[in-house]
Design a protein around this ligand. Structure first.
Ligand code: HEM
Length: 403
């Protein structure tokens, strides 16, 4: 463990190997402290369950960077140019309230539940394309393409365009240079704008058409807002879900007892939903919620976060706080999981939670039903995590599906 976690660096090699050891020490000795970020800059990292939960509903912690400007100097348009500034996760009430009310009309429980058979088909066809007896990387061949295909299907992206759509999306989130990321984001936005036009002319049953017609007291989403919604759904729903799947499979490969429990649950014909819910708490696919800004001085856990500071709520730390979850490092699907924070809390609570749960469940069920004996294709200590503050993501997970 690094020398001094009370004041020293947090995102060190130790953190990338096992964030939980670092986070648990931090929670004890410096539960609210400013830390340097690996790419420069700093943030106030909050690690106790009670503080994280309280911060999620504190209106003084804003998502829109305009909150940092004196009220008279705030521009009418978002500081971030293009459609991105209109994304749900970058807005506060009342703008956020309005956008969220309109999107929930189209992103309904019924629409999500109706996707189960398609998600099962997509999962099976991805697996069918893989050689069962050769090493394959489960991240690149299954966990990432599955949610990507589901989002395309959900939004109504025509099959011929899906490859380009996936390429832009991957460039936006991989380690490409900043200029390439911006170019990909602009191409994606331009593509979505055209698609919205097309859906307006010829509506279908998919979500983009649903967003075009959604209305609340005569109010509707503008085309720019619909494009922003498409972008946030893609960004928020892609790698996150992939991590739920791969972190869970990795846990099963490392823990034979847990694996036996999962296999027994399937053999008894029971759904994996409760196990997946505990995987969400235990593995926190989003380790740290995307930044918030302190609009004024904010006291949290006895520490004053100064106005203007960036604040990061650690879901990984909160979800393993022994003050809320007994023996938090154990995967125990029978525990009381209410209030776990894997999907956040408050007004920005994950819009796609029910879809993510469904995808996680189907991905694991399909994989384990088809390949109950899958095994790692490398030593387990060779499997490494990406150096991402935001997500807890394996760089790759080489497996052999059928030994
Ligand atoms: C928000 C986690 C999958 C769409 C969030 C937040 C978290 C989260 C923690 C809140 C962030 C904050 O308050 O700063 C996850 C996890 C997922 C997942 C762990 C998978 C296991 C999805 C999926 C979709 C989605 C599949 C949609 C296709 C969104 C959207 C928001 C959001 C639109 C912003 C909501 C708002 O600002 O009102 N998610 N997410 N997420 N998520 Fe998810």
């Amino acid at each position: 463990m690094t020398a001094d976690l009370a004041t020293g660096p947090v995102f060190t090699d130790d953190y990338w190997v096992d964030p939980y050891a670092t986070l648990s020490r931090l929670r004890e000795i410096a539960p609210v402290r400013e830390v340097d970020l690996p790419d420069g800059g700093s943030t106030w990292l909050v690690t106790r369950y009670a503080d994280v939960r309280a911060a999620f509903t504190d209106p003084r912690l804003a998502k829109d960077p305009r909150a940092l400007l004196p009220e008279a100097e705030r521009p009418a348009e978002p500081l971030i140019p293009g459609p991105s500034g209109h994304m749900l996760l970058l807005n506060d009430p009342p703008v956020h309230t309005r956008l969220r009310k309109l999107v929930v009309q189209a992103f309904t429980v019924r629409r999500v539940a109706a996707m189960r058979p398609r998600i099962e088909q997509i999962a099976s066809s991805l697996l069918d394309a893989l050689p069962p007896d050769q090493p394959v990387d489960l991240v690149a061949t299954y966990a990432v393409p599955l949610p990507m295909a589901v989002i395309c299907e959900l939004l109504g992206v025509p099959p011929v365009d899906r490859e380009a759509f996936a390429t832009w999306s991957n460039t936006m989130i991989d380690s490409s240079p900043q200029a390439a990321k911006e170019q990909a984001s602009a191409s994606l936005a331009a593509y979505l704008a055209e698609l919205v036009e097309a859906k307006r002319a010829e509506p279908d049953d998919a979500l983009l058409s649903g967003l075009v017609v959604a209305s609340e007291d005569g109010d509707r989403l503008s085309d720019t807002e619909i494009v922003a919604m498409g972008m946030i759904l893609l960004i928020a729903g892609h790698e996150t879900t992939a991590n739920l799947v791969t972190n869970s499979v990795f846990a099963l490969l490392r823990d034979p007892d847990l694996r036996a429990r999962v296999v027994a649950t399937r053999a008894a014909g029971e759904p994996l939903a409760p196990l997946v819910e505990e995987f969400l708490r235990w593995g926190s696919p989003v380790s740290n919620a995307p930044a918030r800004f302190a609009a004024v001085d904010v006291e949290l856990g006895g520490v004053t976060i100064p106005a203007g500071a960036t604040v990061t709520l650690s879901l990984a730390a909160a979800n393993r706080d022994p003050a809320r979850f007994d023996a938090p490092e154990l995967h125990d699907a029978d525990r009381d999981l209410s209030g776990h924070l894997a999907f956040g809390h408050g007004i920005h609570f994950c819009l796609g939670a029910s879809l993510a749960r469904l995808e996680g469940e189907v991905a694991l069920e399909t994989l384990l039903d088809q390949y109950p004996d899958l095994e790692p294709a490398v030593g387990l200590d060779e499997v490494v995590y990406r150096h991402s503050v935001l997500i807890h993501a394996l760089a790759g997970l080489p497996v052999r599906l059928r030994p």
